[in-house]
Design a protein around this ligand. Structure first.
Ligand SMILES: [Zn+2]
Length: 108
């Protein structure tokens, strides 16, 4: 079994198995953070994972999840455009038919 050596804030150096570590990948997926429960003091530890750490952890078979970067928040110009649309009589039709929906519009 592969043993991964890392450090706990309280206990210093600890040894973990691959199933003790969960890797969270962010953005493009080459960096992120990993977390584990310290086998000595049972506290949850989080560590940044650089590209090198990520590749080592993945190579040892650590399970991972991908966290996508959050979408940009709605800003004032988005709101303004929305309010402008609401002022027109056919805003709902536009809303329903917007995009490439194959469904025929119920209003035509
Ligand atoms: Zn510890």
């Amino acid at each position: 079994m592969t043993t991964i050596k890392t450090t706990c804030d309280q206990c210093g150096e600890v040894h973990l198995g691959t199933s003790d570590i969960a890797l969270e990948l962010e953005g493009r997926g080459d960096e992120g953070t990993y977390r584990f429960v310290c086998p000595e003091c049972f506290s949850i530890q989080r560590r940044p994972a650089s590209q090198r750490v990520v590749s080592v952890l993945l190579a040892t078979g650590v399970s991972y999840e991908v966290t996508l970067a959050p979408a940009s928040p709605i800003n004032q110009s988005d709101l303004d455009r929305f309010v402008q649309q609401l002022a027109s009589d056919d805003w709902f039709e536009k809303l329903v038919t917007y995009g490439d929906s194959a469904e025929p519009s119920p209003f035509s």
